[in-house]
Ligand binder design. Sequence first.
Ligand code: ZN
Ligand code: ZN
Length: 256
Amino acid sequence: MTDYGHAVLFLRRAGGLLLDALLPPRCLSCGIVVDRQGTICPGCWTELAFLSEPLCACCGYPFAFDLGPETECGACARGHPAFDRARAVLAYDDLSRGLVLGLKYGDRTHLAPALGVMMARAGAELLRQGEVIVPVPLHRRRLWRRRYNQATLLGLAVGRASGLPMAPDALVRRRATQSLGHMSPSARRLALRGAFTVPKTRRQHITGKRLILIDDVLTTGATAEACARTLKRAGAASVELLVFARVVRGSQPWEG
Ligand SMILES: [Zn+2]
Ligand SMILES: [Zn+2]
């Protein structure tokens, strides 16, 4: 290497060290200084509402008691959602909401690798059998305004952790939809009818494949169901949903 090359390398290294000194690593949740970049401090970690076994074999709803490995929650026993299985890292509460909103609206894109690694761990069983990762798409107007799709960033991180490829444009959002939270389940389904499509040129990534659909949160479940229906119509062998956080409440979102 030339002297100039060495000098550049030295300056880069020095710059990196300087940056680390100026910007010490901070907890992804509360912002307290921690010893490693991209981590959550022990205090926040103990507050995270991890969802772990026993879970509904289908949707991942947490059970208070272990009733056996193939047990399904009441809602799934009455009728399965459009996706085959779902898993989430955390229950959706103040702490997980803070992380999700930071990634979604706060430009805190550096959260994605850490959250993606946690998702890969929670979804290990799904990912072992999965073949292609598909992120829930944003409408292009929204993508243009927000500049990135948080589900794609999470999908990339899950792909890196699991070794699965991602098809980022296999599913396209044709229409932007308003907030679905206040609607009845049937109104949500109607609002989302025809909202997603698989372009002809992307069919080969979908047909016959076991897909892992990625989103940041599962709230009403209507978006994930609409995506799963569209992917299955395009010939997907299975669609399993992996999210960072999910709403946990008495009744399941896809009931009614
Ligand atoms: Zn913290
Ligand atoms: Zn269930």
